[in-house]
Design a protein around this ligand. Structure first.
Ligand SMILES: [Zn+2]
Length: 248
C-alpha cells in the first residue's frame, strides 16, 4: 500500500469587471471575488513540499486564467438604475432554487424514513407514503427558501446598499487614492466593503477587465497584462505562495 501526502493551497482572487448595463446602457464596474482550494497529492520522501506547491500554483493558475476570460461572471448591482443584470438574476435563481430543492428532497426523505420508522413500523405502504410526502414538503420549503434568497428582477430600493459596484468616476478616484496610499485598488476595495481573506489564502488580483474598452485604466492594472505577468512568474518559478502574487 502506498501512502500519499497531500498539500492544500487556498487561492483567493479578485477581478473588477466593467460592463454596460443592459437596462440603462450606462457603464459600471463590479468586484468579482472568488476562492478555490487546490490540492496536490505526492509520495512522502520523493515529493518535496516546494515542488508540490509549485505544481499546484501552475495548474491552479491555468484554471484561474481560463476563468478570467469567461464573460458573465460574478454579481454587481448597477449603481445608476439599481438593477442587477438579467443573467445575474437568472444564474442566482437557478443555483439557489436548485440547491434549496435538492437539500429539501434529501433532508425530507431522511426525515420521512425516520418518521415512518417511528409511526408506521408495520405498514410498508404507509411508510413509503410518509417518506415521499416529507420529501415533497421539504423540497417545496427548500425551493421557497432558495427563491427568497435569490436575486430579484427590477430596481432595488435606495436603502439596499451594494458597495461591490462603482461608477466610472468612483473607479478612477479609487485608483488614484490607492496609488497615493501605495495600495492595490482591488484589495483596498475588497477590504473596504467588509469582505475578508483567510489568513492562509494566497491572494491574487487580476485587475480590471474592461468589457466596453473605453475607460482610461493604467496598463499595469489591466487583466491581460497581469495574466501575462503571472504566467511569466510561473515559468520563472518566481511566483510562490509567499504572496508574491499580490502586487502592492
Ligand atoms: Zn443600469
Amino acid at each position: 500500500m502506498v501512502a500519499y501526502k497531500t498539500i492544500e493551497l487556498p487561492i483567493a482572487w479578485l477581478r473588477a469587471i466593467r460592463i454596460e448595463c443592459e437596462h440603462c446602457k450606462l457603464p459600471y464596474t463590479y468586484l468579482h471575488s472568488k476562492r478555490n482550494v487546490f490540492c496536490e497529492a505526492g509520495i512522502p520522501l520523493i515529493s518535496s513540499d516546494k515542488s508540490m506547491r509549485e505544481e499546484i500554483i501552475r495548474y491552479s493558475f491555468k484554471r484561474i486564467k481560463k476563468d478570467s476570460k469567461k464573460e458573465k461572471q460574478g454579481v454587481g448591482l448597477c449603481p445608476h438604475c439599481r438593477q442587477y443584470q438579467n443573467w445575474m438574476v437568472e444564474k442566482s435563481r437557478t443555483t439557489r432554487i436548485r440547491v434549496g430543492a435538492i437539500v429539501g428532497v434529501i433532508s425530507g426523505f431522511y426525515l420521512g424514513v425516520f418518521s415512518a420508522n417511528l409511526y408506521a413500523k408495520n405498514d410498508d405502504v404507509l411508510a413509503i407514503i410518509v417518506a415521499i410526502t416529507m420529501a415533497v414538503v421539504c423540497c417545496i420549503i427548500g425551493w421557497s427558501i432558495g427563491s427568497y434568497n435569490a436575486l430579484n428582477y427590477g430596481p432595488y430600493p435606495v436603502e439596499f446598499q451594494d458597495h461591490g459596484s462603482m461608477k466610472d468616476e468612483e473607479i478612477l478616484e479609487l485608483i488614484k487614492t490607492s496609488q497615493d496610499d501605495n495600495l492595490n485598488p482591488l484589495f483596498a476595495w475588497h477590504l473596504a466593503v467588509g469582505r475578508k481573506f483567510f489568513q492562509k489564502d494566497m491572494k491574487i488580483t487580476l485587475g480590471f477587465t474592461d468589457e466596453i474598452g473605453d475607460l482610461n485604466l493604467p496598463h499595469e492594472l489591466k487583466t491581460e497584462y497581469l495574466v501575462d505577468q503571472f504566467e511569466e512568474s510561473i515559468q520563472n518559478k518566481s511566483l510562490t505562495e509567499e504572496n508574491k502574487a499580490c502586487p502592492q
